[in-house]
Ligand binder design. Structure first.
Ligand code: ZN
Ligand code: ZN
Length: 233
C-alpha cells in the first residue's frame, strides 16, 4: 500500500485503489478514512485496514455522495465505529441513498450518460447511510489530532470537498482525476466554473501533491498548467 508522510508526522496510506481510491490518514493513534469505495470492495477494504492494525476508525470523511465513494460508509461506521462526515449540500442525499446528479461539459458524454444510465440508475445506485457531522466551507481537523482541514471544492458536485494535510498534500476526491498524464479534469461534473475556481483554491493551499479518487497523484505543476490553460481561453 502506497504511503506518504507529511511534516507534522501524518501518514496517508492508499488503502484501496482500482475503481476508486480510499485513503487513510493517521497521526499518533488518531485515524480518518477518506471515502469508502464501491460496495463489492468491502472485504478488501476491511482486510487491509485490519492488516494495518486499524481496529477502530475515528472519522470517515466523504468527499461527495457518489456511489463509488459512499457505498461502504455504513460498513465503516458499523465495523470500525467511524463518525460519518459529509458536506451539508450532500448530507441528505447520503442519508436517503440518492446519488447527486452527474453531467459532463462534453456533449457526447452527456448524451452517453442519458442513453446508458438515465436518472433512475443514479437514484438507486447509492446505499443510504446516516451522517454524524455536516461541514460547510471549511472544517478544522486539529481537534481530531491533525494539522489538516476540510475545504469545500465544488464543481464535480455541489458538496465536493477536499482534505488538506499540512498544506503539503491534498486528498481531492473527484475535483481532479489522475488517469490522464496531461489533464486533471474529471470527465463528469455539475458546474465547470465552480470546478475551475476550486482548482484555484487548491493551488492556493500551497500543496505540491494532489491525490484524486481515480488514478494516481497529480503534481501542483500539472494542476497549475491545467488551471492557467482554462482561464486563458
Ligand atoms: Zn464523483
Ligand atoms: Zn468518483
Amino acid at each position: 500500500m502506497k504511503t506518504w508522510i507529511t511534516s507534522s508526522g501524518s501518514t496517508i496510506t492508499k488503502v484501496l485503489s482500482g475503481r476508486s481510491n480510499v485513503f487513510l490518514l493517521t497521526n499518533s493513534g488518531s485515524s480518518i478514512l477518506i471515502d469508502s469505495g464501491i460496495g463489492r470492495r468491502w472485504p478488501a477494504l476491511k482486510r487491509r485496514l485490519l492488516k494495518l492494525g486499524i481496529q477502530h476508525v475515528d472519522y470517515l470523511v466523504l468527499t461527495h455522495a457518489h456511489f463509488d465513494h459512499v457505498n461502504n460508509a455504513g460498513n465503516i461506521a458499523g465495523h470500525f465505529g467511524a463518525k460519518v462526515m459529509i458536506h451539508e449540500a450532500e448530507a441528505e442525499y447520503l442519508a436517503e441513498g440518492k446519488m447527486v446528479m452527474i453531467s459532463s461539459s462534453d456533449a457526447f458524454i452527456r448524451s452517453m450518460i442519458k442513453t446508458l444510465s438515465g436518472y433512475s440508475f443514479m437514484q438507486i445506485a447509492c446505499k443510504p447511510c446516516p451522517y454524524d457531522i455536516k461541514f460547510n466551507d471549511r472544517f478544522d481537523l486539529s481537534p481530531m489530532g491533525f494539522r489538516a482541514y476540510i475545504m469545500h471544492t465544488p464543481g464535480h458536485s455541489q458538496g465536493s470537498s477536499s482534505v488538506i494535510v499540512d498544506d503539503e498534500i491534498a486528498i481531492v476526491g473527484d475535483a481532479m482525476f489522475g488517469v490522464f498524464p496531461w489533464s486533471v479534469h474529471p470527465p463528469f461534473l455539475q458546474d465547470e466554473k465552480q470546478l475551475i475556481e476550486s482548482w484555484k483554491k487548491l493551488l492556493d493551499t500551497g500543496c505540491s501533491l494532489f491525490l484524486p479518487s481515480h488514478g494516481t497523484a497529480n503534481t501542483g505543476k500539472l494542476l497549475a498548467r491545467n488551471y492557467y490553460r482554462r482561464i486563458n481561453v
